[in-house]
Write a new protein. Sequence first.
Length: 338
Amino acid sequence: MENETLRRWIESVEPFLAPLTDAAEAFTGLTGIPVDLPTTLFLRADLAGLELPGRTSAGGSCHLLETADGWAAVNLARPDDVAAVPALVALLGGAGTQELHDVARRVAAAEIAANAQLLGIAAAALGSARGTRAPVIAERAERGSRRGPAGLRIVDLSALWAGPLCAWLLGQAGARVMKVESATRPDGARFGVPAFYRLLHEGHESRVIDFASGALPEVVAEADVVIEASRPRALRRLGVRAEEFLAARPGRVWLSITGYGRDQDRIAFGDDAAVAGGLTGIDRNGDPVFLGDALADPVTGIFAAHAAARSLAEGGGELLCLSMAACAAALADSAQGR
């Protein structure tokens, strides 16, 4: 990324970075591993040659729509999402070939988000996750000895960006990371920017298994730390339960990364989760624009890495529940409080 372009990316998010800087510095204090925030936040944008976003996200899939009472983000990240747009238009009272952005102007933002979610499309009303919960919620199990990540076995069941970034940071601190993927549903990041995927998984073991075979519980049983980004019920169907993992040995840590919390079935990606948290910029007309590239993803990854290092230093024994939207909201709230 050219220096001028990088400067503009950094300047766009700089007013929001205080909580993230604190988390990164705390992680460094616990592990000795520095976190370069500009590189961490904008690595994918750099490798992909992305331009600063406006009302369309840097990656091109998420769209900010003006609504009857504000703004909503609708993320058409997958082919099925694009195919479902006519159904969403119909649910919102549109007809025929009406464009989604035209229909959206007559509908409340929350209604757009709710109907999109019914169709499996990641969507959110601007700022709807602010004030709803903390970025990290810790549920206690049994503590063990205090330690750092070095030498620990991490099983990473997550995909895309936030979870793998957390695993990469802990790997830099000396943890042994094994990336585990389903034979039928590989990490979608493999089909994005190849260099970005390679960098995030550099030095990690890789294992592909048939989740339906019943092998996953045995793989998870080897871990000291598990990172996942799945609905709890999906893992339970595969025979994996966070509570049983933690109870089996003191000091273990389970990191659960979701869009809105383990008690929510709503899906989310980095751009729409950032909008839910109110983490947006403002254009010259005072209207919201996207910040960064899927910004809630790297933000959550850094919060997660710090939460894991902090937990291990205190003896572990915790289920750490991270909400991407709440992590984004923490940054938005900090900037508003200045």
